[in-house]
Write a protein that binds this ligand. Structure first.
Ligand code: AMP
Ligand code: FE
Ligand code: ZN
Length: 302
C-alpha cells in the first residue's frame, strides 16, 4: 500500500471530508497503527478510531501519530460477545481509557480466551491432514494478537486453499471443520466493562447478528440499551442501504449515537480505509461520539 511520508502529510490534509472507522492492525489487520494514521490523512479523513479485537496495544502509536499529523483520534476496542450461532455480536468500546485497570482485566480475559482456542484449531487442522503449527501462526502474527486471518494466510501460502476467503469457507469460518469457539463475555458484562473503562459501548455491524426478523433485532438492541449500550453502528462495509436504514431507525428509536466504520483490515480484507461500501461517515457522528466519550471519561473510576 502506498503510504504518505510524514513530511507530505500536512500538505494533503483536508478537513472537509471525514470519517470515523474501525481498523484492526494490532490484532488482525496488516498495517502498523502509525501507518494507518498516515493512510487516513492521505485519504482526507479528519478522524479515526482504532478498534482492534481484544487489544489496545496499537493505541499509543496511533494516538501519537494522529496528534503529530492533526488527525482527530479515538482509542477503542472491539469485543466478541456471547451470541448464538450463526450470528456474531461484536461490541465496540470507543474512547476507553488505556490506563484503566478494568480495561487491562478485559484485554487479559479476551486474550486468554483466544489462547485457549487457538491450539484447538491447530489440532483440528492437523487431524484434517493439514500441516500447520502454533509456532508458524505465532511467526505469522509478528508479535500481534493471533487471529484467524493470519492462519488463513498461512493455509493460502501453503497451497491448501485458493484464497483467505476460501480458508474461512473450507476450514476456519464458524461451523467449518477446523473452527473452535472462544470463551466469550456476555454482552452485558462487555458493556459494563467498557463503561467502567471510561468508554462508550456501541453495537458493531448489527446485521451480523443475523437475526431472523426485525422484531428480534429490535428486542436484542433494546436489551443491550437496558444494559447501557450507547450507540449503534449504522454505516459499515457489509451494510446494504436497507441495513443502514434499519440501523438508523433503531438509533432514532432508542436514542442511540450513530457510528460508522469501514472495518479496514489492511490486506486481510478488500476494504478501503474510511470507505464503507462506497460511503463515508458523517463528521457530525464523530463529533457526537467524541462528546459522549469526553463526558464518560470524566465519570469513569480511575
Ligand atoms: P478471530 O478474532 O481470530 O476469531 O478472527 C476474526 C476475524 O476473522 C474477523 O475480524 C474477520 O476479519 C475474519 N473473518 C471471520 N470470518 C470470516 C470469513 N468468513 N471470511 C473472511 N474473514 C473472516
Ligand atoms: Fe477484525
Ligand atoms: Zn466486528
Amino acid at each position: 500500500m502506498d503510504i504518505c511520508a510524514p513530511e507530505d502529510a500536512p500538505k494533503i490534509k483536508c478537513l472537509t471530508d471525514s470519517s470515523i472507522f474501525t481498523a484492526t492492525p494490532a490484532s488482525d489487520g496488516t498495517l502498523p497503527p502509525a501507518q494507518v494514521v498516515h493512510l487516513a490523512v492521505r485519504k482526507n479523513l479528519s478522524a479515526l478510531a482504532l478498534t482492534d479485537h481484544d487489544t489496545i496495544d496499537g493505541i499509543a502509536d496511533a494516538a501519537a501519530e494522529a496528534q503529530k499529523l492533526g488527525l482527530d483520534f479515538l482509542p477503542g476496542i472491539e469485543i466478541s460477545a456471547e451470541f448464538p450461532h450463526p450470528g456474531t455480536m461484536h461490541l465496540l468500546g470507543y474512547g476507553v481509557d488505556p490506563q484503566s485497570p478494568v480495561l487491562r482485566d478485559l484485554t487479559k480475559t479476551l486474550l486468554a480466551g483466544r489462547d485457549k482456542r487457538n491450539p484447538k484449531m491447530i489440532a483440528k487442522l492437523n487431524e484434517l491432514g493439514i500441516a500447520v503449527t502454533m509456532a508458524e501462526w505465532e511467526q505469522e502474527a509478528k508479535g500481534n494478537v493471533l487471529g484467524r486471518p493470519q492462519l488463513a494466510a498461512i493455509l493460502h501460502r501453503k497451497g491448501y486453499v485458493s484464497s483467505v476467503k476460501d480458508a474461512f469457507n473450507k476450514y476456519l469460518g464458524q461451523g467449518a471443520p477446523a473452527y473452535a469457539d472462544k470463551e466469550r463475555l456476555s454482552p452485558q458484562r462487555a458493556i459494563e466493562m467498557v463503561l467502567e473503562s471510561g468508554g462508550v459501548p456501541v453495537l458493531a455491524h448489527p446485521i451480523q447478528l443475523r437475526t431472523p426478523n426485525d422484531a428480534q433485532l429490535e428486542r436484542i438492541v433494546k436489551d443491550l440499551v437496558d444494559h447501557g449500550l450507547a450507540g449503534i453502528e449504522v454505516i459499515h462495509s457489509v451494510h446494504t442501504p436497507a441495513d443502514i436504514e434499519k440501523c438508523d431507525a433503531l438509533a432514532a428509536r432508542f436514542n442511540l449515537l450513530r457510528t460508522g466504520g469501514s472495518d479496514f483490515h489492511g490486506t486481510n480484507k478488500n476494504i478501503e480505509l474510511g470507505i464503507a461500501n462506497g460511503r463515508r461517515i458523517p463528521r457530525q457522528w464523530y463529533e457526537a461520539l467524541a462528546a459522549a466519550v469526553a463526558a464518560n471519561n470524566t465519570r469513569a473510576p480511575r
